[in-house]
Write a protein that binds this ligand. Structure first.
Ligand SMILES: [Fe+2]
Length: 201
């Protein structure tokens, strides 16, 4: 692989892992002490951008800025949803808007208020992190999150994230295997990871 003048995804992961920030997410992928981390399947240098999907009927503008979408007493299995917003060269995109909205544990959207809706901006390392729950199912869709991502001054990417090994995936015409999150089990819930690649150099 060619040497880049800017940090690559691999450098980024190594740095973050060294600082402990991404240890939970990346530890299972470490091959051994001192070895380089393999690039994630989501981002290879020169990779295609993350594919767009329909926003569906339940998007609402002006969601609150927050990282924790859960509310006291809200049912549902906890999820850490994390990842990096990256360019096609796997460089981090800081200050990118990441807007997340999804159904509750019963498969219902809050169209009156902003329950299970929120946005945040990536840090200089391009990382985003939401604390939320596993969305419930609603007909005819498989289980999914809705996401909009926008680098400052650039077009909005609207897409959806899917769960692995979900029986409804095969029956959902919108489902795309490229949009499956990498799932691991953390001590306090599921850890879902998806790196978003924007069509930026
Ligand atoms: Fe939906």
């Amino acid at each position: 692989m060619a040497t880049h003048p800017h940090p690559t995804r691999r450098d980024l992961v190594a740095t973050l892992t060294a600082s402990g920030l991404a240890l939970a997410a990346f530890a299972p992928r470490r091959a051994g002490a001192g070895e380089d981390l393999p690039p994630t399947p989501a981002c290879h240098d020169g990779d295609e951008p993350t594919m767009a999907e329909t926003e569906g009927p339940f998007f609402k503008r002006k969601s609150p800025e927050r990282s924790d979408l859960r509310e006291k007493g809200m049912p549902g299995e906890p999820v850490w949803l994390t990842g990096f917003v990256l360019t096609r060269k796997c460089r981090p995109v800081g200050k990118a808007l990441v807007d997340l909205w999804h159904a509750d544990d019963k498969g219902e959207y809050d169209n009156e208020g902003f329950r299970l809706r929120g946005h945040q901006f990536t840090g200089p390392d391009g990382r985003y992190a939401f604390r939320t729950i596993v969305p419930g199912l609603y007909v005819p869709r498989t289980r999914h999150y809705h996401v909009k991502v926008q680098a400052a001054g650039k077009p909005v990417l609207t897409t959806q994230f899917y769960f692995p090994d979900e029986p409804g995936n095969a029956r959902d015409g919108l489902f795309r295997p490229e949009l499956i999150m990498r799932m691991t089990h953390a001590e306090d819930g599921l850890q879902a990871h998806f790196d978003i690649v924007l069509d930026l150099g």
